[in-house]
Design a protein. Structure first.
Length: 148
């Protein structure tokens, strides 16, 4: 029996895959659990059209992410922090502060997509963060931490 998976099924395949399974497994488990549908000719055509449309939307999203990446490369951000006399920051700079500083420059970036170095930002100076704008677009963003 050929079926089209509606979601990822471990050991079988991922969403929108057309797989062949035994009749009982498909009819008694996958289809009643809303994990799959029977792969008829019309269902295959609908799947092909959905994949084509999804690819078109994905290309648009990637293009927008590339534009945001170019605009991020053009801006400089500095974050003020309270420091000791040796240049150590009381606490650390986090992704929320970085997202707010970028938003002040007119570019909206979700704070959950900002990845700071694992050791943290605990000193004054220039640091680099990775910003994930799209599944395939990750930007290295330099920012400066200054003493207030």
């Amino acid at each position: 029996m050929e079926i089209i998976l509606k979601q990822d099924v471990q050991g079988l395949g991922s969403k929108d895959d057309i797989v062949t399974v035994k009749d009982g497994y498909g009819r008694n488990y996958l289809i009643p659990q809303q994990m799959a549908i029977v792969a008829t000719e019309s269902a295959k055509k609908v799947l092909a059209e959905n994949i084509r449309q999804r690819a078109h939307k994905e290309a648009k999203l990637k293009e927008e992410a590339m534009k945001v990446a170019e605009s991020l490369a053009a801006i400089k951000v500095s974050i003020g922090a309270k420091t000791s006399t040796t240049g150590k920051i009381f606490g650390s700079v986090n992704n929320i502060q970085l997202a707010e500083s970028i938003a002040e420059k007119g570019i909206e970036v979700d704070r959950k997509n900002i990845m700071l170095p694992k050791e943290g930002v605990k000193e004054v100076g220039t640091h680099t963060a990775k910003i994930k704008l799209h599944r395939e677009v990750v930007v290295d963003f330099e920012f400066e931490v200054v003493s207030e």
